[in-house]
Design a protein around this ligand. Structure first.
Ligand code: GUN
Length: 287
């Protein structure tokens, strides 16, 4: 039976530390960090994510501004709003919640945010920094996954890591971070042959496919560390569930994260951390 790693608990600890740090900023720098979040439309999941991000900001003493824009806003209007925030000296971080409506080109929007305020780490300059091991903003979910592993002193170096999923937001960047920590990394995806055999090689298995309970116990090696990044709705119960068949996989794994309460809260605490880092770079301070 695996040890369940609570991302929720770890993120609460991290938020307490950040709250104490942010409390020193007004005296030191004359202002507080400000995160501007743009939400286009009313996608219920996005509304919920954006609400969570705003709440966390306030909890740790930072300023949050959530800008709600109509579903039918034009791309030019959205880009104009981003340009305003880029130029606004009181704003340290800008996040545009994805996905965007189909008539808007997400890449164009991501590229429009100045890299210094790109708290998501999605801008091509920040992506390049990750790949070249240069200073930049790391994407929140991959950063949170590494923090979860480190919180339990799980050895990454020399281990076989399998990442299932190759998205720009999670799969690809977490593979790079694991490689930087000297894991031997395989990125598997929907066209991988013998996926079960590939997954079974993993000492560390990262599930980021977006399919409910896709990773079953027969795909997991005894004693593997299993990190579940999925956020899916169970078709029958309507409840949140991960990409991992938790009830069965927990019997084989050594460590496992849950959904909810696993990687999700870590994504938010890393977003807070990135906002603080962007603020400090902006005001010329250090942590
Ligand atoms: N939609 C799902 N995950 C994310 C994220 O990490 N950042 C943004 N901006 N949108 C998302």
């Amino acid at each position: 039976m695996a040890i369940i790693i609570s991302g929720k608990e770890l993120s609460l600890q991290k938020k307490e530390q950040m709250k104490a740090l942010v409390a020193t900023f007004l005296a030191k720098y004359g202002r507080l960090p400000k995160l501007s979040v743009i939400l286009v439309g009313n996608n219920p999941a996005s509304v919920s994510y954006v609400t969570g991000k705003g709440k966390s900001c306030v909890e740790i003493g930072m300023i949050n501004e959530t800008i709600r824009l109509d579903e039918n806003i034009t791309q030019d209007e959205l880009l104009k709003k981003i340009d305003e925030l880029n130029k606004d000296d009181s704003v340290d971080g800008i996040l545009v919640q994805l996905p965007l409506p189909k008539h808007i080109d997400s890449n164009c929007v991501i590229n429009a945010i100045v890299p210094e305020k790109d708290v998501d780490g999605f801008h091509p300059q920040n992506v390049a920094s990750l790949y070249l091991k240069q200073k930049g903003t790391l994407p929140c979910t991959p950063k949170g996954i590494i923090q979860v592993l480190d919180s339990k002193n799980i050895t990454i170096e020399g281990k076989r890591a399998v990442v299932v999923g190759r998205s720009n937001i999670v799969g690809l960047p977490v593979a790079k971070l694991l490689l930087d920590r000297n894991a031997t990394v395989t990125v598997a995806h929907s066209k991988t042959s013998n996926l079960t055999e590939v997954c079974k090689e993993a000492d560390i298995l990262i599930a980021a496919v977006g399919k409910a309970r896709f990773i079953t116990a027969d795909m997991v090696k005894d004693g593997a560390v299993v990190i579940d990044v999925g956020v899916n709705r169970d078709e029958n119960t309507g409840k949140l569930c991960g990409d991992v068949d938790f009830d069965n996989v927990k019997e084989k794994a050594s460590y496992i994260t849950k959904v909810p309460g696993g990687i999700g809260p870590m994504t938010i605490s890393c977003l807070m951390e990135n906002t603080i880092e962007c603020f400090l770079a902006h005001v010329g301070g250090n942590k």
